[in-house]
Design a protein around this ligand. Structure first.
Ligand code: CP
Length: 312
């Protein structure tokens, strides 16, 4: 693996998931692989899980880790040909090339604006790092994707499924803030690569990018979508068509214990209790959210390991 910016960078998903599960059983078996290698983590946005799990994964492989919150660095310019006499102080061209001298890999988190659809879908921040960095780039959640989360979710489903082809439902849930589409998109990418019966449910107006959802069915009746579900993955996202807007805050879309039934509950976290899902769901025995977060470490570790292997 030369980089990890989307799930497409994984050639064989089920093989990679099995390798991640083996790492989970013995995380310190490759501590020599990352010796004298440095991972630089760049955060344009907040994080708890991604930051700590990626750092832990790197350290499990013997790597050094440097973390930079971009709010503490110079304000970065991404457009070409700009006369930089306003608020930006450093161009991505210099920044990426300089960071590449300090890093053997660069991991980037950069959320969408949710205001400029064209700019967000072009993945200007992530793609600029890919273009100008001279070392492998890892996506720690970009404007439209979150492939490390998707890989962790693949591990979690593989570990907990009770049938060969489970029914998996991605359900929109209410939220007071406009949120990105990245996690939902990443989960849909994953579903294209797993042997599952997959249904998406959301209120009208919340259709995801049809280039990503392709042929997957959308059921606008949440109760009907949940029938016989093995896994219910809850997530809020803002409207894609009416870009970045909140069209609906209907609390009836919250996941309740009654709606969940015997299905396992998944969410990437952080989650707003009693808005996205009620306490009884998160505190119940069917919740997988803590294990999903645990699997973030082994998702990151298998990705780092596969990239490190190409360097040795
Ligand atoms: N799920 C996830 O990416 O969590 P953080 O935003 O806390 O990193």
């Amino acid at each position: 693996m030369k980089k990890y910016t989307s799930l497409n960078d994984i050639k064989n998903l089920s093989d990679t998931v099995q390798k991640a599960i083996q790492l989970k059983e013995n995380p310190y078996q490759f501590t020599d692989l990352g010796q004298h290698k440095t991972l630089v983590l760049l955060f344009f946005n907040a994080s708890l899980r991604t930051r700590l799990s990626t750092e832990k994964a790197a350290k499990n492989l013997g790597m050094e880790v440097s973390v930079l919150n971009i709010t503490n660095a110079w304000n970065m310019e991404f457009e070409d040909g700009t006369v930089m006499n306003l608020s930006t102080s450093e161009h991505i061209k210099e920044a990426a090339m300089v960071i590449s001298q300090y890093a053997d890999m660069i991991a980037v988190r950069a959320f969408p604006t949710l205001k400029d659809k064209e700019k967000d879908t072009s993945e200007i921040v992530l793609n600029s790092f890919i273009k100008y960095a001279t070392v492998p780039v890892i996506n720690m959640e970009s404007a439209t994707d979150h492939p490390l989360q998707a890989l962790a979710d693949a591990i979690t489903i593989t570990e907990t499924k009770k049938v060969d082809k489970p029914k998996v439902v991605l359900s929109w849930a209410p939220h007071p803030k406009a949120l990105p589409h990245s996690v939902a998109n990443a989960f849909v990418h994953l579903m294209h690569n797993m042997d599952v019966e997959f249904v998406i449910t959301h209120p009208k107006g919340y259709e995801l990018d049809s280039e990503i959802t392709k042929h997957f069915p959308v059921e606008y009746n949440q109760e009907k979508a949940f029938e016989n579900a093995d896994f219910i993955y809850a997530k809020n996202w803002s409207s894609f068509n009416d870009y970045g807007k909140i069209l609906n805050e209907d609390p009836n879309w919250m996941i309740t214990k009654e709606k969940l039934g015997n299905a396992k509950f998944m969410h990437c976290l952080p989650i707003r209790r009693n808005v996205v899902a009620e306490d009884a769901v998160l505190d119940g025995e069917n919740s997988l959210v803590i294990e999903q977060a645990n699997n973030r470490t082994f998702a990151a570790q298998i990705v780092l390991k596969e990239i490190l292997k190409t360097m040795s």
